[in-house]
Ligand binder design. Structure first.
Ligand code: S2G
Ligand code: ZN
Length: 474
């Protein structure tokens, strides 16, 4: 069967665009090296019609299809299983910019476009496409939409879902849904677009999207702030929200341990607040549509009030673009800094902002009680209530010994987030990493509704089986 399918796939996309597992090895391991898959074939279709034809051929032979963008995900959502039954669909050749409409402020791109390219195309049209995250140099728009990616500008612009107006999707049956409408208002039946976004390739294959474009800010002011407590940082966030309004673009938290790790792993990087003992820091950014002078005046006014109200301990305002970029580089180096220091237990939780302080205090205490000495690296998108609550091995222990407790320790973290009214996955999705724990935090009604949607759209469980919802592997 797989030989016949192999030949069919070659006929559909061209022999040189069909690879076996050995040739496709680079695509078969997830970014963190946790999952290794096997495939019947890895195919690189040139366009949506070829994607649809490949899906129809796989459906005819009941062959699972796993779609992959830039392979930058952290939950193993785009890695096929080791049973070798699936076809891996790689959208790297589908990277066309289909339309730029500055009057409608929309941009239509194919799923294989690298996020950084989409940002660049928007810039060249004197617009902003605001989705921004550490992996933007290699992640693709399709993957961003598949996981409803967040990143550092959610505070002002929202997740990938809020940035998307239309979609083109290939269904599990190999039909093409052309929903590439650039409409900001369209109330005509169920919202299929928002259903497919965030479904991680399990309901349909996103092949193109019509995205919102925004005015490019005339000026931005970035500062690195120091706090005597997390509660003070949360209070400052609230003050900045009311002072900056929609101009508040980012509020990224870093613990002192994170700052120390960054300086240890990137000794050539900036060493802000050298010698101070504050436990918490944050990167604050204001975007302004008037002028540099207006931005600066607003920023200094709001910060002056904050100092008067003792809402922060210290502030470094970037005096130049390069200093602002250095502050951002500090934040974006967090992933690499952790990687250089050795694997740790990553958590991508969200809680209501009003519960952040309690969540961190309770969970830190809980972990120290059960796993004395573990090291906390807590950072992330405080403005969205989304923390990367990462935990590294205690001094004197090893990564292997520490990671052996992943399930137990992560359950404590996830239970704590749940107890504080939060989520076990704020932006990274479920993938295969969290499939087995999802049922612990979702009601039977919610799980059953999701299963019924999956059953309706992909009754043979051929699209990315084993991801998001438990059941079946591919
Ligand atoms: C970020 C990266 C994941 C991690 O930097 O915002 O999404 O925990 C994270 O390193
Ligand atoms: Zn993040």
């Amino acid at each position: 069967m797989s030989q016949a399918l192999w030949l069919t796939l070659q006929a559909l996309v061209g022999a040189k665009h069909v690879q076996n597992s050995e040739e496709a090895v680079a695509y078969l391991t997830d970014r963190q090296g946790r999952y290794v898959g096997q495939v019947i074939a890895a195919v690189h279709p040139a366009n949506t019609e070829e994607v649809a034809a490949v899906v129809r051929a796989c459906a005819a032979s009941q062959t699972p299809v796993v779609v992959q963008g830039g392979n930058t995900g952290l939950m193993g959502g785009a890695t096929p299983s080791a049973d070798g039954r699936a076809v891996l669909l790689l959208l790297d050749r589908m990277n066309r910019i289909r339309a730029v409409d500055t009057d409608n402020d929309t941009l239509t791109v194919e799923a294989g476009c690298i996020l950084q390219t989409v940002q660049q195309v928007a810039r060249e049209a004197d617009r902003l496409f605001p989705l921004s995250l550490g992996a933007e140099g290699s992640c693709t728009l399709g993957g961003n939409l598949g996981t409803n990616a967040g990143g550092t500008a959610v505070l002002r612009y929202g997740n990938a879902r809020e940035l998307t107006l239309g979609l083109e999707v290939v269904t599990a049956q190999g039909e093409i849904w052309d929903g590439l409408r650039g409409l900001r208002k369209d109330n005509t039946g169920y919202d299929l677009r928002d259903l497919f976004i965030g479904s991680e390739g399990t309901l349909g294959i996103i092949t193109a999207a019509t995205l919102k474009l925004f005015p490019r800010p005339r000026a931005q002011v970035t500062a690195l702030l120091a706090f005597d407590s997390l509660a003070q940082a949360v209070a400052l966030l609230s003050h900045a929200r009311s002072g900056f309004g929609a101009g508040l673009t980012a509020f990224e938290l870093l613990s002192a341990e994170c700052l120390a790790l960054l300086q240890e792993q990137f000794p050539e990087g900036p060493r802000p607040f050298k010698g101070t003992r504050q436990p918490w820091f944050a990167l604050l950014e204001l975007s302004d549509n008037h002028s540099e002078a207006h931005a600066r005046e607003t920023f200094e006014h709001v910060l002056g009030e904050a100092f008067e109200q003792n809402l922060l301990a210290d502030a470094l305002i970037a005096e130049s673009l390069s200093q602002s970029e250095a502050f951002w580089q500090l934040r974006e180096n967090m992933s690499e800094a952790q990687k250089r220091a050795g694997r740790n237990m990553k958590h991508d939780i969200s809680v209501p902002i009003s519960r952040v302080v309690a969540f961190v205090a309770d969970t830190d205490a809980l972990l120290q009680q059960h796993f004395p000495g573990v090291r906390h690296y807590t950072f992330g998108h405080l403005g969205d209530g989304n923390l990367h609550y990462n935990v590294a091995h205690p001094p004197g222990s090893t990564v292997e010994a520490h990671m052996a407790h992943y399930a137990e320790l992560s359950q404590l973290v996830h239970d704590s987030a749940h107890a504080h009214g939060g989520s076990i996955s704020a932006e990274h999705g479920i993938g295969q990493r969290k499939v087995d724990v999802l049922a612990r935090y979702k009601s039977p009604v919610e799980l059953d509704l999701m299963r019924r949607i999956k059953q309706a759209l992909d009754p043979h469980n051929l699209l990315n089986p084993g991801k998001v919802l438990a059941g079946g592997q591919a």
